[in-house]
Write a protein that binds this ligand. Structure first.
Ligand code: OSB
Ligand code: MG
Length: 377
């Protein structure tokens, strides 16, 4: 369902942007590289109705998507924030339209929209989950496991997450680290809910290798081919028994519509940053729900800000598969909110306080800040 009750406008006074460097508890390796520190942009909307917080989920380098920290920082300060401040007063539902003339930069737009959404909902005393249409008070928690030194090491890392209670395991794969890694996890743990994520590391010429994954009864294979390979994903899907799920390719409601029409995905990963905001994410959810396509909530190693918002989103009725909504401790020793997401019986709670329902820890925020800028009207 579309947003049932729109939020009231807030009177924008400015935005504070910060680049944060958060050390990861362990390196995170995907087909596109290894991260040891999470670089992320935190947004604070300064309004006459109170502050709101958002997160721009870009990474330092444009390897997962074309967006990256310095690009998002520049476009936000040079173009997006001035357009919003020029307007002066904005409801969360207005933000995408105000920013629509600027092509792309969806993660930057999403972070600004979230900050305005948080400010508006806090002012109205409304929780984000309720606003988005959440139907659950907690969401099943999956974990995304990076590529390890070897399959034996992967098995031990997976074991520790299963022991913590995660209800679904996703392992990253790449050419040469696919069949062996998947077999090792399947052989060790039997019929656990298991899926793989290739982050665009393959081409259609790898179809025989990808078909070998069919024997592992995976929940899905996520984004085997490149972002704009919609037709090739449809071709691949016809040759695999494993359901094909798209992540990188689903950059908007339109992209999702086209992918479903072509049969390129039988499952969709929804990330608010990738589609330009939580409101567009709800629209993708609604589309997939109407089409009978299961969705799940992806992650971008969010801080407590984005993690709270993801838990709210993942509580919508079409999110029928466990998402990458892990406990904060899966990535961080110390979060920037005072109530980091925790794992309880394999689930993460949907915050119930106004807006995001989390409180920023100003000391932690300051400790991780490496750059800060304020833009006022
Ligand atoms: O492909 O889902 C992905 C992290 C960064 C960029 C892309 C991806 C990921 C993850 C981590 O898999 C998911 C999480 O935040 O738990
Ligand atoms: Mg992915």
């Amino acid at each position: 369902m579309p947003i049932a009750h729109p939020a009231a406008s807030v009177r924008l006074e400015g935005f504070e942007l910060r680049v944060l460097h958060l050390p990861l508890v362990s390196p995170f390796t995907t087909s596109f590289g290894t991260e040891t520190v999470r670089e992320v942009i935190v947004v604070r909307a300064l309004t006459a109705d109170g502050d709101g917080w958002g997160e721009i989920v870009t990474q330092d380098a444009p390897l997962y998507s074309s967006e990256y920290t310095q690009g998002a920082w520049d476009v936000a300060i040079r173009w997006l924030i001035p357009a919003l401040l020029e307007r002066g007063t904005a409801a969360p539902e207005d933000v995408a339209g105000v920013l629509a003339p600027f092509v792309g930069h969806r993660m930057a737009k999403a972070g600004l929209e979230l900050a305005i959404l948080d400010a508006a909902l806090r002012a109205a005393g409304r929780p984000l989950g309720q606003y988005l249409g959440a139907v659950r008070d907690r969401v099943p928690s999956g974990v995304s496991v990076g590529i390890q030194h070897d399959p034996a090491a992967l098995v031990e890392v997976v074991r520790s997450y299963l022991d913590e209670g995660y209800v679904r395991i996703k392992i990253k794969i790449k050419p040469g680290r696919d069949i062996g890694d998947t077999a090792a996890v399947r052989d060790e743990f039997g019929a656990i809910p298991l899926q793989v994520d290739a982050n665009s590391a393959y081409t259609l010429s790898d179809i025989d290798t990808l078909a070998e994954l069919d024997r592992f009864d995976l929940l899905l294979i996520e984004q085997p081919l490149q972002e704009d390979d919609i037709v090739d994903h449809a071709t691949l899907a016809r040759h695999l028994r494993t359901p094909v799920c798209l992540d990188e390719s689903i950059v908007s409601l339109k992209a999702a519509t086209d992918a479903l029409a072509l049969g390129a995905a039988s499952v969709v990963n929804i990330k608010a940053g990738r589609v330009g905001g939580y409101l567009e994410a709800v629209r993708v959810h609604d589309l997939c729900r109407d089409a009978g396509i299961p969705v799940w909530c992806g992650g971008m190693l969010e801080t407590g800000i984005g993690r709270a918002a993801n838990a709210a989103l993942a509580a919508l009725p079409g999110f029928t598969l466990p998402g990458d909504v892990s406990a904060s401790s899966r990535f961080y020793h110390r979060d920037i909110v005072t109530e980091p997401a925790v794992l309880d019986d394999g689930h993460v709670r949907v915050p119930t306080g106004p807006g995001l329902g989390v409180t920023i820890d100003p000391v932690a925020l300051e400790a991780f800040t490496v750059a800060r800028e304020i833009v006022r009207r």
